[in-house]
Ligand binder design. Structure first.
Ligand SMILES: [Zn+2]
Ligand SMILES: [Zn+2]
Length: 324
């Protein structure tokens, strides 16, 4: 298992992007990404280019599509059968996401709080999703400078409110990369903890399904928790009991973006206990609320979130990193 830097939301000339699939792959490599998902609007014709030019031999590409409808956008990853998106409307979205699952795919909510018409046609999420558990993941970050954008703060709030209801969506970052963005601006990356699988799409689906994901604009982040002598990381489960969370920030990747980076913990919030760890750049917060514990670290670097169920043990649900 290893953490891999991914961009999970891209467009090419097969829809409204600026680059060919090959061009996008080359750009991804030059930016230090290790994997991308191809998610063109309402078409998977880019996958033919991918296969014909054998591009995925040298660079892992996840097979996907972005359903682009009048009521919001849905990222579909790794569906083994074509699921017709043309008749999706607000009231049948639950059935449509079930069809994606039946076809072996995962479905995620893209940029839920993006401005809608006339700024961005149909980008705002207006589906009447009755069972949010049918969504596998949600973009809590979208676009460049994602940590500063109001729509993303709303998405984080939505994600957190779902966690509070025991609905565990995996939080991801989607640059919605069209190939003409300013690469000097910090952008988010989703790290997925991948199992050694031959098929990268299956490996990515496995990570997304099991919450082995975090987002960052720069440094790598590790979140671990220990309880009753058992340790686990992002996506893992712990037994009940006093739990210690540790968040560490690493520095192997994309150093050029955060050269002057340093951890500056934010002020403590009411009801939160903050403890500086013995190791520099290691700290933890422990919060108790109702029937779960959460841990969250904030800084010029990182924060993570975990949840504890009184009855079912703890699951870590993902974390994210801010770069203020
Ligand atoms: Zn979109
Ligand atoms: Zn898009």
């Amino acid at each position: 298992m290893k953490w891999v830097a991914c961009e999970l939301h891209t467009h090419t000339v097969h829809s409204d992007g600026q680059l060919s699939v090959g061009g996008l792959v080359n750009r991804a490599k030059s930016l230090g990404l290790e994997m991308i998902a191809l998610t063109d609007h309402n078409t998977n014709s880019g996958l033919a280019e991918l296969d014909n030019q054998r591009l995925s031999v040298s660079f892992p590409v996840i097979r996907g599509i972005e359903w682009t409808t009048y009521f919001g956008h849905v990222l579909v990853i790794g569906s083994k059968k074509y699921v017709d998106w043309r008749d999706v409307v607000p009231h049948n979205i639950d059935e449509k996401l079930t069809m994606v699952h039946d076809a072996g795919g995962l479905a995620g909510v893209a940029h839920p709080y993006a401005l809608g018409d006339p700024v961005c046609c149909s980008c705002h999420w207006e589906f009447y999703l009755k069972d949010w558990g049918l969504a596998d993941f949600i973009e809590i970050w979208s676009g460049s400078l994602p940590q500063l954008v109001m729509r993303n703060k709303k998405a984080i709030k939505k994600w957190t409110s779902l966690l509070d209801k025991e609905i565990y969506l995996t939080a991801i970052s989607g640059r919605d990369w069209h190939g003409d963005e300013d690469d000097t601006k910090p952008f988010g990356v989703t790290y997925l903890m991948l199992d050694e699988m031959v098929d990268v799409t299956e490996a990515a689906k496995d990570a997304l399904k099991n919450h082995r994901a975090y987002v960052t604009v720069g440094p790598t982040v590790s979140l671990s928790a220990s309880s009753n002598g058992k340790n686990t990381g992002i996506g893992g489960t712990l037994l009940r009991g006093e739990t210690t969370f540790r968040i560490a920030v690493g520095g192997e990747h994309r150093k050029e973006i955060w050269r002057n980076f340093d951890l500056v913990p934010q002020k403590n919030r009411a009801g939160w206990r903050w403890r500086q760890g013995a190791v520099k750049r290691r700290f933890c917060w422990v919060r108790k609320r109702n029937d779960y514990h959460g841990a969250r670290g904030l800084g010029m670097g990182s924060h993570g979130a975990s949840r504890h169920h009184a009855r079912r043990g703890m699951r870590t649900c993902g974390d994210k990193s801010d770069y203020f």
